[in-house]
Design a protein around this ligand. Structure first.
Ligand SMILES: [Zn+2]
Length: 352
């Protein structure tokens, strides 16, 4: 935690510092990389691995490439694991450098500035992001974020941002919910955080209002633990798509209900986009980044049944998850890794 605070006080030039009031998720994401947490199996992450069996480029639709100076290690690890292009949440200040250095490889998601999350500033950034080509906007409405920022997806204060993005024809994207392990842990104070039931009622209300707009629900709609809930959402909202990002969360929860998860992904193969939720960082080199990509490829493509190289801080040391690969059929992988992202982005006239 002290490292994070130091970074916040003294950010490198041009880079948004993390917020002073970091959510636990952000703090965990920014914690210094320790090899015993991302390579517990002593894997050689540089061992050759064939590209995914996909026609066309492989697109990672949910990432956080947060600084141009992180891009070299990022693209090196991605190339090794056969991932070509990214939809990413980068601070506005980093967009031009990344666009210049990696033309055609990155699409940007409109995000607010963490240090100034005022709606006015967000609206200005929306316009700037849009002018730089961004056609998708993310609303981070995890329980901890809503509690800290005192804003919800259905807050009157947020209306102008939603309205403006919709008027510009952008894809709306949200992070609603969080892992069950968090609801039964740090979110037990329902007066402060609300309940999962309330959070999904909030989301559905806004989904209903924007039902004609494409909407991307991050992290399997924030509830991979409850596939029937997700099926209901997909059935009721035909313009809703999900991404399957967040490595530890997906490894833990999809492995835990492996057969049902496999059926769900096959049944909804047209509505789910591959994403990793990879987060770049100054101390995140090839191996750290590779560990996430290794897990995703094992989870979607293979029938691997064994330990994960990544430590899951939500579970005790002696209860670490078994990664149980879904071995998805080739035609499903084609949609996940390529077709669905192309199709969704085409709706906002964007292509890689
Ligand atoms: Zn994310």
């Amino acid at each position: 935690m002290s490292t994070v605070v130091e970074k916040a006080v003294n950010p490198p030039p041009g880079v948004n510092p993390p917020p002073a009031n970091l959510t636990a998720a952000a703090a965990a994401a920014l914690a210094p990389a320790k090899s015993n947490e991302y390579n517990r199996l002593n894997l050689d992450f540089r061992k050759p691995i064939p590209r995914p069996k996909v026609n066309g480029i492989v697109i990672d639709a949910h990432t956080h490439l947060i600084a141009a100076r992180h891009a070299k290690a990022w693209f090196e690890a991605a190339a090794h694991y056969g991932i070509d292009a990214f939809v990413t949440m980068s601070p506005l200040e980093e967009v031009l450098g990344l666009q210049r250095d990696w033309p055609g490889r990155i699409q940007f998601i409109t995000v607010p500035a963490w240090q100034n999350p005022s709606v006015d500033d967000w609206l200005r950034r929306l316009e700037m992001f849009y002018n730089l080509g961004s056609r998708i906007i993310k609303f981070h409405m995890a329980p901890s974020t809503m509690a800290t920022r005192k804003i919800r997806l259905d807050s009157p204060a947020l209306r102008p941002v939603l309205k403006e993005a919709a008027a510009r024809g952008m894809i709306l994207m949200s992070h609603v919910g969080d892992p069950d392990t968090w609801y039964s842990g740090k979110y037990t104070d329902a007066a402060k955080y609300g309940t999962r039931q309330e959070h999904y009622a909030m989301w559905e209300g806004v989904l209903e209002e924007y039902r004609d707009h494409p909407w991307l629900g991050a992290h399997m709609g924030g509830n991979p633990e409850n596939l029937p809930r997700l099926q209901g959402l997909l059935d009721r909202f035909p313009n809703l798509y999900l991404d399957n990002s967040a490595t530890r969360w997906m490894v833990r929860e999809l492995s835990a209900r492996r057969d049902a998860a496999r059926e769900f992904l096959i049944r909804n193969a047209d509505r789910i986009l591959f994403g990793t939720d990879q987060v770049s960082g100054d101390d995140r080199g090839f191996d750290f980044l590779a560990s996430r990509l290794w897990c995703h490829r094992k989870l979607w493509e293979t029938a691997y049944n064994g330990p994960s190289p990544i430590f899951d801080p939500d579970l005790k040391e002696d209860q670490q998850p078994v990664l149980r690969g879904l071995a998805l059929p080739d035609d499903v992988l084609q949609k996940l890794y390529h077709d669905n992202a192309v199709k969704l982005l085409a709706r906002v006239r964007v292509k890689f």
